[in-house]
Design a protein around this ligand. Structure first.
Ligand SMILES: Cc1ncc(COP(=O)(O)O)c(C=O)c1O
Length: 387
C-alpha cells in the first residue's frame, strides 16, 4: 500500500527523514542536538564579509547559470593548488545549489532507467532518493566495522553490465572513513576496466584528521570519467548557503549542466562571492579548521567512551559513530528515540543509512561539529547512561 498517496511509486518509502524527526525531538525536549551535522559557530570571517560586501554592492540578481566567474576561477585554482588537477573554469566547472544538487543533477543526467549505481553502505541519505528519481537501481557494498574496510570481491561482484555510475563519498558520512590510496586505486581500476563514470562526493575534503584526502580524479584513467562534487558549507561553516560545485570534463559537465539548469537554474548569488573568497584563503586557514574539528572529535570520542559506548575512530568529517551493544543495548533507533528523555541529547541511528538493517542496527552517529562547551555538556549528560 502506498504510504504517501500522491507520491510517485519510485519515491514511495522515502518519507520524512530521520533528521527532521530527531531535530523536532531536540526542540520539543530542549535537548542538545548532536543529530544533524551543522556547526554552531561561524567559520572564517573573510567568507562572511565577502558575502555581505557582495549584497551591499548590489550582487543581488540572478548570477550566470554556470556560476559567477570569480567563483569558477577560485574552484579551478583550488583544485590545481590542493590536488594538482587543472580544470577549465568556463567548460569544466559548474556551480550548484550545494553538493546535493550536484549529486542529483549528475545522477539524473547520467543514468538511464534500469541502469545501476554502485555505492558503499552506510550511505548519505540523498543518494538512494536521487538514484530512485533517476529510475536507476542501487547496488551497495558494505563498509564493515570496526575499520570500515570493504571486501574487494564484494565490490567486483556489485558491478554488472548494467552498472553506469560508481558513487563514492570520501571522507565518508556517517562513518568518518577516509578511503585509502590502495582502496582508491582498486576503485579507479574497476571504473576503467568496466567503463564506469565515477561521481565523487567530497564535501568533507578539508575536514580530515587521520590520513589524507585523495580525490579519485587524480588516479590513473580517471580524469575524464570522474564527476568531482564538493561544496563550501562544511569547510567554511555555512551549511545554510548551499553553494556547491561540479568539476568534470567538458562533456560530462555539459550533461550535468543540462539537468542543473532546470532544477534550480541558479542560487545564492552573493554567497558565491563569499565562497570564492574562502577558497582563496591560505592553506593555514584550512588546516586550522581541521585542527579545531579534530579537537572536538577527540573530546566527543573520549566522552562517549567514558559513557561506556564503543567508539569507532573517525578519521574525518563532522561525525563519530558508536556501537551501543557495549552498554547492553541493541536497537539504535529505539535508543535514539529514548535518548532525549533519558539524557537530554539527540543522536541519529545509523540504521537509516543502511540497506542491510542488521549491520547498522546497533550503531549510532553523533555530530562533533559543536563548540567544546556544548560537547562537554552533552557528554556530561551521557555519563548517566549506564546507571
Ligand atoms: C556526504 C554528504 N554529501 C552532501 C551533503 C550536502 O552538502 P550540501 O549542503 O553542500 O548540499 C552532506 C551534508 O550533510 C553530506 O554529509
Amino acid at each position: 500500500m502506498a504510504d504517501t498517496p500522491y507520491l510517485v511509486s519510485r519515491l514511495q518509502g522515502f518519507g520524512t527523514t530521520i533528521f527532521a524527526e530527531m531535530s523536532a525531538l531536540a526542540v520539543a525536549t530542549g535537548s542538545i542536538n548532536l543529530g544533524q551535522g551543522f556547526p554552531d559557530a561561524d567559520g572564517p570571517p573573510e567568507v562572511n564579509e565577502a558575502a555581505i560586501a557582495a549584497i551591499r554592492s548590489g550582487h543581488n540578481q540572478y548570477p550566470p547559470g554556470i556560476g559567477i566567474p570569480e567563483l569558477r576561477t577560485a574552484i579551478a585554482a583550488h583544485q590545481a593548488q590542493w590536488y594538482g588537477v587543472d580544470f577549465d573554469p568556463d567548460t569544466e566547472v559548474l556551480v550548484t545549489a550545494g553538493a546535493t544538487e550536484g549529486i542529483a543533477a549528475a545522477l539524473l543526467a547520467l543514468c538511464e532507467p534500469g541502469d545501476e549505481v554502485v555505492t558503499f553502505e552506510p550511505y548519505y541519505d540523498s543518494y538512494a532518493a536521487c538514484i530512485a528519481l533517476a529510475g536507476a537501481h542501487r547496488r551497495v557494498v558494505q563498509l564493515r566495522t570496526p575499520d570500515y574496510s570493504f571486501d574487494p570481491s564484494a565490490l567486483i561482484a556489485a558491478i554488472t553490465p548494467r552498472t553506469r555510475v560508481l558513487l563514492l563519498n570520501s571522507p565518508h558520512n556517517p562513518t568518518g572513513k577516509v578511503f585509502t590510496r590502495d582502496e582508491l586505486e582498486l576503485i579507479a581500476r574497476l571504473c576503467v576496466e568496466h567503463d564506469l563514470i565515477a561521481v565523487t562526493d567530497e564535501v568533507y575534503e578539508h575536514l580530515v584528521f587521520d590520513g589524507e584526502h585523495q580525490p579519485l580524479v587524480t588516479f590513473s584513467g580517471m580524469r575524464d570519467r570522474t564527476v568531482t562534487i564538493s561544496s563550501g558549507g562544511k569547510t567554511f561553516s555555512c551549511t545554510g548557503w548551499k553553494i556547491g560545485w561540479v568539476c568534470a570534463s567538458p562533456e560530462l559537465t555539459a550533461a550535468v549542466r543540462t539537468v542543473k539548469q532546470f532544477l534550480t537554474y541558479v542560487n545564492g548569488g552573493p554567497f558565491q562571492y563569499g565562497i570564492a573568497a574562502g577558497l582563496g584563503l591560505p592553506g593555514s586557514v584550512f588546516r586550522r579548521v581541521a585542527a579545531d574539528l579534530e579537537e572536538k572529535r577527540d573530546r566527543l570520542s573520549a566522552g562517549l567512551a567514558a559513557a561506556g559506548l564503543s567508539v569507532f575512530r573517525s578519521a574525518g568529517t563532522y561525525f563519530v559513530t558508536v556501537d551501543i551493544r557495549s552498554i547492553g543495548e541493541r536497537d539504535g533507533l529505539a535508543f535514539c528515540r529514548a535518548l532525549p528523555e533519558r539524557c537530554g541529547v539527540v543522536a541519529v541511528p545509523s540504521v537509516v543509512f543502511y540497506d542491510d538493517h542488521d549491520a547498522g542496527r546497533s550503531l549510532v552517529r553523533f555530530a562533533c561539529c559543536k563548540q567544546l562547551d556544548v560537547i562537554d555538556d552533552a557528554v556530561g549528560r551521557l555519563q548517566g547512561l549506564t546507571s
